[in-house]
Design a protein around this ligand. Structure first.
Ligand code: G
Ligand code: G
Ligand code: NA
Ligand code: MN
Length: 253
């Protein structure tokens, strides 16, 4: 309970942080966007993993505070990079509660507008389980985000229980294959079969496919051969601090 209070205070006091992990186009290695990942360094407890404090925020009804902070801070970073002459796009993760918050799209547009940013600067990642918890409400939120020009990725694809028939009704553009299928892709096991058919199926449905958790050159090559569209993982880069983003881009070019 004190942890919930600490988290609420951390948002207000600017004690949350975020790191940025690049996503590249598989074919030519071109930088596409960075995914923003939230971090919390607790004053006494130290670093608390994101899935723990985000789960806590969800269960205690505080996730909208974190998501609101995230959207604002991401847009502020993107605007600052823009002022330095660097055009950066960022993907933000939404939780199950965010995706049924039908007022969220208007709030996001307000923040983009405040920073004079167009909607293609922001994309969103939502897990399939978050989408399917209340598919009707999620559909409304996602359609509004999509109509405004933001692209949406289904995160952790393959770990949920949604049927493709359900997912197909959703206005999503990308499938992000969960890292549990990618981490051991190069060891000759069944993961390659799963990944191959996921990429094929995604493409047949008109979706782009992203692989996360790319850790080895062998996995990268296999994913390229399988026609995967985008790659993300420690092989390319660990998540980096906001201050390191301009240097990362300069070095990558
Ligand atoms: O970066 P890390 O491995 O700690 O992320 C752990 C989990 O927390 C991942 O599932 C990631 O998507 C999630 N996560 C990280 N940042 C955010 C955020 O800003 N919002 C939400 N909803 N989830 C996040
Ligand atoms: O649930 P989600 O897919 O959003 O989780 C993303 C998390 O995975 C991030 O916290 C990030 O730190 C982590 N991650 C990113 N790339 C890799 C990777 O190549 N290997 C492993 N093991 N984890 C990764
Ligand atoms: Na994610
Ligand atoms: Mn994921």
């Amino acid at each position: 309970l004190t942890l919930i209070r600490d988290l609420q205070e951390a948002v207000g006091r600017g004690q949350l942080a975020m790191v940025f992990q690049p996503k590249l186009r598989a074919a030519d290695g071109e930088l596409v966007e960075f995914e923003a990942l939230m971090r919390w360094q607790h004053a006494e407890l130290g670093f608390i993993p994101a899935d723990e404090f985000i789960g806590l925020a969800e269960r205690s009804g505080n996730i909208h505070l974190l998501t609101g902070w995230m959207i604002e801070a991401v847009c502020a970073h993107v605007a600052a990079w823009e002022a330095q002459g660097q055009r950066v796009c960022v993907a933000v993760n939404l939780s199950a509660h965010d995706v049924i918050d039908t007022a969220l799209p208007a709030r996001i547009l307000e923040v983009l507008n405040k920073h004079a940013l167009t909607t293609e600067r922001l994309s969103l990642e939502v897990t399939e389980s978050a989408i399917m918890q209340d598919a009707e409400l999620a559909l409304r939120t996602l359609e509004a985000l999509r109509a405004a020009g933001m692209s949406i990725a289904v995160d952790d694809y393959g770990t949920g229980y949604s049927s493709l028939a359900q997912l197909k009704r959703m206005p999503v553009q990308q499938l992000k294959i969960d890292k549990s299928f990618i981490l051991r892709l190069d060891d000759g096991g069944d993961d390659a079969i799963i990944v191959r058919s996921t990429i094929e199926m995604g493409h047949n449905l008109g979706l782009e496919v992203v692989a996360e958790g790319v850790e080895t050159p062998a996995s990268r090559e296999l994913l390229r051969e399988l026609g995967c569209d985008y790659l993300q993982g420690y092989l390319i880069s660990r998540p980096v601090a906001a201050e390191e983003v301009p240097a990362w881009i300069a070095q990558h070019q």
